[in-house]
Design a protein around this ligand. Structure first.
Ligand code: SAM
Length: 212
């Protein structure tokens, strides 16, 4: 993943952001040591931003699509005022094993409900209403996740999608994933059911707020 922000500026922002605690540092270190494509993990600033959103919304019910080793999951669990649920979807058992180890160590890990299996199948089993949905799974299904989740989202709820700038490949899309991300951005932008803002945090985050 290319960074859109100058390295020195990024470091300055990190230096003026709450530091990562020991549990998160160890989770990041193990993910980078053990997993393929560890850069899929959200960064510290994005993780803390997700936690902040959960707090600001006073979110009770959260859905995550794409848990990986659980960094963003734990961040959002830390922000949840109550016991959740924070339902998170994943298909990779190796990632699941790492995530569960750190969830067990965290005082907020009990809020997390891990659902293994294709996220579109899991979403079909959910009743809602959801306060916040974080889409960070396979890119080709972003639009499908959005359409499946929007009816489950309460009015005034928020869908957050990661990687919407896709290392800049949205400007000149080539492969299937590139085109899927472009189509997702276009879908949200043209959707009257939501108000949206595309942020340049890390690899791009789309926020879509469901109109009341
Ligand atoms: C970008 S990573 C998620 C990163 C995570 N949010 C974090 O901060 O560490 C995407 C994850 O989605 C998972 N995934 C891919 N296809 C999926 C599917 N159909 N259903 C559920 N999860 C899926 C992958 O196994 C991968 O772990």
């Amino acid at each position: 993943m290319n960074s859109f922000v100058d390295a020195a500026i990024e470091q300055f922002a990190r230096d003026h952001t709450e530091p990562e605690n020991d549990l998160y540092s160890r989770l990041r270190e193990e993910t980078y040591r053990v997993m393929e494509r560890p850069q899929m993990q959200v960064g510290v600033i994005e993780g803390l931003f997700l936690k902040m959103l959960v707090r600001l919304m006073d979110a009770r019910a959260v859905l995550e699509i794409g848990m990986f080793t659980g960094y963003s999951t734990l961040m959002m669990a830390d922000g949840l005022p109550g016991d959740g649920p924070l339902i998170t979807c994943e298909i990779n058992p190796k990632a699941e094993a790492i995530a569960r180890k750190y969830f067990a160590e965290s005082p907020n890990g009990h809020k997390i409900d891990v659902r293994m299996g294709p996220a579109l199948e899991t979403i079909k089993t959910l009743a809602g209403p959801l306060d916040l949905v974080f889409i960070d799974g396979d890119k080709v299904n972003y639009s499908n996740y959005y359409e499946a989740c929007l009816p489950l989202l309460k009015l005034g709820g928020l869908i957050v999608a990661d990687n919407v700038l896709w290392s800049g490949k949205v400007i000149d899309p080539k492969d299937e994933a590139d085109h899927a991300i472009v189509a997702f951005n276009r879908l949200v932008q043209s959707d009257d059911r939501v108000e949206n803002v595309c942020l340049t945090i890390r690899d791009g985050m789309m926020l879509a707020w469901k109109r009341r």
